[in-house]
Design a protein around this ligand. Structure first.
Ligand code: FAD
Ligand code: NAP
Length: 320
């Protein structure tokens, strides 16, 4: 039977920051980086994007996959063992905790004294015709991440969604775009009153209600228009835009932990405010899997550090 002192599940900035701290503290962490878990390659969401310009320490920017490769090397340098398998089943009801990978669900479980969950989240997408072709070539699901790139400067942009995130993304994009359209599928927005007021009062923003996206169109290289439809009248037309941002919610990768830990109504793992402590002592959560607000590489890394320090403290009290 395999027994680990501490097991990290995930492979984004939260997982690797936790691994670096725990490995330097000689805790010999074992990190399961997943094998296309949740549809994302080892290294996490940053492997799905191009240049990262807002991670401190890289004034020239660097590719998301390069940043994650560096984090992995740093984890391994101090002794983290990285295993390219997906954790598919867990049992946190008794100690030591039990884990199974997708290839050994019927076999003996891996046991562990502590777990750090950093399985991330993924932005919901619409998968419109043309979307694959122009993904990251005008289409994105993160305005804060991608909004400042030159292809969006002084160009008309669209945001799909009518919640608080859509309002935030649209307001953020008004700093860069010539005009920002918000496409809301109903005749009202779900967003909070304060956010609705802010978008209503912004002269660079136009809200188009009762409208859905139909097709992403482009010049072969970049997005140039979005086919849209008024769901009340049935009228269709092309909206000339060089950017399309989805803000229709995120899915946290928590299916595996369902019924084992407290989550909120949308599946995010609940942590005690200001900590990485979950409802089960000895299980910690870091990164996007427990954060529906900030969802950035640096905040994920920050909470990964918190989880490692809290885990180290927990293990020292357990005296293992
Ligand atoms: P994630 O990066 O979400 O990684 C989680 C990993 O865990 C994944 O690889 C997944 O496969 C793995 N996993 C899931 N389930 C399991 C399992 N059961 N077993 C094993 N492994 C599992 N942020 C910025 O700060 N700057 C940017 O410029 C920026 N650009 C972005 C561009 C795009 C297109 C996207 C989608 C996001 C961007 N972000 C950016 C946000 C940033 O990527 C995330 O906030 C950050 O990656 C979250 O890190 P994380 O550690 O929580 O996990
Ligand atoms: P959300 O509240 O779930 O809103 C998602 C929006 O996307 C809704 O308008 C929804 O439309 C729309 N949508 C969903 N699927 C769609 C589809 N297939 N086609 C078109 N539109 C679609 O998600 P969120 O905005 O990310 O917010 C999540 C939580 O975080 C909320 O609790 C929010 O208050 C909070 N948050 C707060 C702040 C803040 O306070 N500053 C900022 C961001 C997020 P319908 O309304 O028609 O379903």
């Amino acid at each position: 039977m395999v027994h680990n002192k501490v097991t990290i599940i995930g492979s984004g900035p939260a997982a690797h920051t936790a691994a670096i701290y725990l490995a330097r503290a000689e805790m010999k962490p074992i990190l399961y980086e997943g094998m296309m878990a949740n549809g994302i390659a080892p290294g996490g969401q940053l492997t799905t994007t191009t240049e990262i310009e807002n991670f401190p320490g890289f004034p020239e920017g660097l590719m998301g996959s390069d940043l994650m490769e560096r984090m992995k090397k740093q984890s391994e340098r101090f002794g983290t063992e990285v295993i390219t398998e997906t954790i598919s089943k867990v049992d946190f009801s008794s100690r030591p905790f039990k884990l199974w990978t997708e290839f050994n669900e019927d076999a003996e479980p891996i046991t562990t004294d502590a777990v750090i969950i950093s399985t991330g989240a993924s932005a919901k997408r619409l998968h419109l015709p043309g979307e694959e072709k122009y993904w990251q070539q005008g289409i994105s699901a993160c305005a804060v991440c991608d909004g400042a790139v030159p292809i969006f400067r002084n160009k008309p942009l669209a945001v799909i969604g009518g919640g608080d995130s859509a309002c935030e993304e649209a307001l953020f994009l008004t700093k860069y775009g010539s005009k920002v359209f918000m496409l809301v599928r109903k005749d009202h927005m779900r967003a909070s009153t304060i956010m609705r007021k802010r978008v209503d009062h912004n002269t660079k923003l136009e809200i188009i209600y009762n409208t859905v996206g139909l097709e992403a169109k482009g010049d072969g290289k970049f997005l140039t228009a979005l086919g849209i439809k008024n769901v009340k009248t049935g009228e269709t037309k092309d909206l000339a835009v060089n950017g399309l941002f989805y803000a229709i919610g995120h899915n946290p990768a928590t299916e595996v932990f369902k019924d084992q830990l407290d989550t909120d109504e949308t599946g995010y793992i609940k942590t005690q405010p200001g900590t990485s402590l979950t409802s089960v002592p000895g299980v910690f959560a870091a990164g996007d899997v427990q954060d529906k607000k900030y969802r950035q590489a640096i905040t994920s890394a920050g909470t990964g550090c918190m989880a490692a320090l809290e885990c180290e403290h927990y293990l020292s009290e357990l005296d293992v």
